[in-house]
Unconditional design. Structure first.
Length: 95
């Protein structure tokens, strides 16, 4: 099991729109057979920052199966143009 943490920073003026887009996009992520769970949280100190946390069956389930398949483009279509730069993404495993 692997936890993906992705940090998105909204384009100024698009903070609420990005949050709603991430929520819609979660429906795509959750449909992937190797996604165990998905949640999104908004930063209190920086309300334009969102943390997307997805639990996958394996590292490859996210980096190869999801990102390399058509569902990734569906997911990104919801959030494109609403965040600055590239999201910061890291993967974690139980220690």
């Amino acid at each position: 099991m692997v936890t993906e943490v992705a940090i998105f920073i909204a384009v100024p003026g698009k903070e609420d729109e990005l949050g709603q887009a991430i929520l819609r996009g979660q429906n795509v992520i959750r449909q992937h057979p190797e996604c165990i769970s998905s949640r999104v949280e908004r930063c209190i100190e920086q309300p334009g920052q969102y943390m997307l946390v997805n639990i996958w069956t394996s590292f490859e389930a996210h980096t190869e199966d999801f990102r390399g398949g058509p569902m990734f483009q569906q997911w990104r279509s919801h959030v494109n143009g609403l965040f600055e730069g590239s999201p910061t993404v890291f993967h974690y495993q139980p220690f």
